[in-house]
Design a protein around this ligand. Structure first.
Ligand SMILES: Nc1ncnc2c1ncn2[C@@H]1O[C@H](COP(=O)(O)OP(=O)(O)OP(=O)(O)O)[C@@H](O)[C@H]1O
Length: 275
């Protein structure tokens, strides 16, 4: 066990947020200008919740996920994961605590399904090949793929199967935190529903904390326990869906109660989980 693992395990478990983001600034500089994407952004992700981040195009939802994952450093501010400043975690430490499902699945095309799922564990080089393979088979079946899919190549898979394989890979290290970028984008309605059901059961069975970016209202209302709205370079509100859609901000009114509003209200009635 490393020093950082000891430090994490000594912290009081109850009520400790999974992620705390404080006074975060994201700034991109081009030859002509300096663009501030996030300004003094605060966000807390509680343990066990499914927090969805919504916001207009270019408000920095994906950038925020990448910063939580440690792939990008904010210009200023702090991100804590289970009480630890993110920059103090080694890349291996962060990888075992956070799984990420990227928007386009992003499987390695030259690797089989099982090799893709096993990849992060194999890279650690701490377990014998047979154990790595066994762990990957467990995850493959956990996401609803069949043992006979293990040796298939990504090109042979449907969109839903690619998402499932990518999800199995994100879960290979048993992370307590799962980040999802547009998890149902590109799926047909039936595959999307099935994937949402899978995410809900994994969230429950594995006691995961989930942070998700989605534009899809069905996915949003079926899964979210809270919604955080990004606008004006910060989180303008974070709360249960019913509370958030009542906030009189132009983006919120347009996103939830504009043309799609009727559907949003129907969904809230349909999914008591979201209320
Ligand atoms: N590495 C980078 N260099 C310069 N600008 C960047 C970089 N990464 C992101 N941006 C800019 O930051 C802004 C936020 O990007 P991001 O992809 O996070 O938005 P988003 O909220 O996820 O948008 P969408 O809903 O359209 O996917 C965009 O204007 C993007 O062009």
């Amino acid at each position: 066990m490393s020093e950082e693992d000891v430090a994490v395990s000594q912290l009081p478990e109850a009520d400790q947020p999974m992620v705390e983001i404080r006074k975060l600034w994201s700034v991109f500089e081009t030859a002509e200008r300096r663009v501030v994407i996030h300004r003094d952004l605060d966000l807390t992700v509680k343990r066990g919740e499914i927090l969805s981040i919504v916001g207009g195009s270019g408000t920095g939802k994906t950038v925020l996920l990448r910063q939580i994952l440690g792939l990008e450093r904010p210009a200023q501010g702090e991100i804590r994961l289970l009480g630890q400043p993110l920059e103090k975690l080694s890349s291996k430490g962060a990888a075992s605590r956070i799984g990420m499902l990227f928007q386009h699945g992003a499987l390695f095309s030259a690797f089989s399904v099982l090799e893709n799922i096993a990849f992060p564990l194999r890279e650690l080089k701490t377990l014998p090949t047979a154990l790595v393979r066994e762990a990957a088979m467990v995850k493959l079946q956990m996401v609803g793929l069949k043992a006979t899919d293990a040796d298939k190549m990504p090109a042979e898979l449907s969109g839903g199967m690619i998402k499932r394989a990518a999800l199995a890979r994100a879960l290979i290290m048993d992370p307590p935190l799962l980040l999802l970028d547009e998890p149902t984008a590109g799926l047909d309605p039936d595959s999307s529903d099935a994937f949402v059901r899978l995410l809900r059961s994994l969230h429950r069975d594995l006691e995961l904390t989930v942070v998700m970016v989605t534009h899809d209202l069905d996915t949003l209302f079926e899964l979210s326990t809270r919604i955080a709205v990004l606008a004006e370079q910060r989180v303008i509100v974070a709360g249960p869906p019913k509370e958030v859609i009542g906030v009189p901000h132009p983006f919120i009114q347009d996103f939830f109660l504009g043309e799609r509003g009727q559907r949003a209200m129907e969904l809230l009635r349909e999914y008591p989980f979201a209320i």
